[in-house]
Design a binder for this molecule. Sequence first.
Ligand code: SF4
Ligand code: SF4
Length: 336
Amino acid sequence: MLYKKGFDLIKAYPTEFSEDIVSVRYSGQTEEFRFTFPEKKVEHIIINLCPSEPWALPHWTVIKGNTTNFLQKLEKVRSVYFPDSECRIVVDRGEDDLINDLIRYGKKREWLHTYSMKPIYPYDAPVLMIKNVLGLKTSFGENTIEHGVLLLEPQSLIGIYEHYILKKDNTVRLIPVSGTGLIENRILKVKTGTPVETVLKKYIRTDIKYRVFFDGPLNGIEVEDLTQSIDWFVKSIVVMEERDYKTPLHFMKSKELHFTTSLMGELRRCVYCNFCDNICPVDLEPALYWHSYSRGEKHKARNYALEKCIECGLCSFICPSKLELLHIIKECKSAC
Ligand code: SF4
Ligand code: SF4
């Protein structure tokens, strides 16, 4: 089966970033790093160094070739803020050197564990990650801290260390920018508060129409207003060429099909191909939501385990009829 439970986006869309990290110039108002420490006791910390999206920040940008240094920062942050917690670092199972470094460091530290997996989208989504790493069942959208689990972004770990422990000013965030709408992909050092248009200015193609997304086109947020500022929650920016013309023989161009799904004006009927069933990582049948919705019976979507949907967007991505499945799923959820 071509599409079976999740998708290897990294293999399908290999995205290279230059190792030169470039600072974006901005002299306006910025926002100092902040982290909301949970009131509830943290029992487990999970740090994901195995992102499954090609547009995500590569871990080398925070590890900087020195795993020990990264782990020492983790150790310090844990001992000051999350004592007694168990830490699990999730890595790509193909990264032998990193895995060996982690195991070596963890030998005398019982609290540190390494978990390796394949970077298949969306297996680093909170619900799936927590289930696979800890065996705990959580619900989509739930605050994981209710289960004593803190999902700590690598950049946030460094932010906590520098801002709260070293007492250093920190207003800069690393943002990977990539996509077919750019001249080149880049990792940028961006001061929070910088408008998106300033971030993209040197890289965006001026000869095309494009769409801009925070955190990817599958389930990220489209940025309609490019004067919008970067804040501490933006993880990546993807700029995609937008086409408003039909592609002849689109079904012969599988690569194009994947990434133009739901982006062009062509709309067809559900053709019962089952691609969406086959790719859904939580065993749903997304076409059923479409049929409930198109019959004007959004409330009936609940009959098909709608609450299990983790909103990964893979069904919209793969649908050859370009049905906006994730969009209608969200509408059905809010209607129930
Ligand atoms: S139904 Fe939900 S979980 Fe399944 S592929 Fe679609 S968005 Fe992802
Ligand atoms: S992928 Fe699209 S066309 Fe195929 S069954 Fe699902 S909703 Fe229908």
